[in-house]
Design a protein around this ligand. Structure first.
Ligand code: FPP
Length: 169
């Protein structure tokens, strides 16, 4: 490949990729396996996706891992997912840090368990100054929730006098 072709190749890399982690149940059903086997395979696939995106030079990778609506799933399944999320964070944070990846979690984190929240805070603090790819994990995230919390934050800033609604900046 010539340098010119290599430059073109780089230009084709998207700056931000967002993935909805869907289809774990269907993946498992096709193989006559339990749903949680699908979730485990999904978490495993995520490792490969993160590594590949990082190597390709993607600036930000957002993973929609658990939506606000997912709280209506059976308690057993929610526990499996939370456990998987926690174990993955625990296992992968150091390696992500070595690879200069910054971890950010977005979502209604007060709904997550205390242990998981602590794990998230530790991973975010460890990787806060990293300058490579930003890995955003949406957990207990919903579009409605996001709009409401953004409006609340803006209203709070206006009330605190930090923001002038007349100025619009
Ligand atoms: C959707 O598949 C998948 C989820 C609700 C959970 C995905 C989350 C994990 C695997 C936990 C680990 C997360 C990270 C970021 C390491 P589905 O059950 O809706 O399957 P279907 O679409 O086939 O019904």
């Amino acid at each position: 490949m010539t340098n010119h072709e290599a430059d073109q190749e780089t230009e084709r890399v998207p700056r931000h990729i967002a993935i909805v982690m869907d289809g774990n149940g269907r993946w498992a059903r096709k193989r006559l396996m339990p749903r949680q086997a699908g979730h485990r395979a999904g978490a495993e696939a995520v490792r490969r996706v993160v590594e590949t995106a990082g190597n390709m030079g993607v600036e930000a990778l957002t993973l929609f891992a658990f939506s606000s609506e997912n709280w209506s799933r059976p308690t057993e399944e929610i526990s499996v997912l939370m456990e998987l999320f926690m174990r993955t964070l625990e296992k992968e944070s150091a390696r992500l840090h070595e690879n200069n990846v910054r971890i950010c979690v977005m979502g209604q984190r007060e709904r997550l368990g205390r242990q998981l929240r602590e794990q998230i805070e530790a991973a975010e603090a460890l990787t806060a100054d990293n300058t490579g790819m930003t890995l955003v994990i949406a957990a207990s995230y919903g579009g409605r929730w996001d709009i409401v919390q953004a409006c609340q934050a803006i209203a709070q800033r206006a009330r605190d006098g930090e923001l002038d609604p007349e100025k619009g900046d």
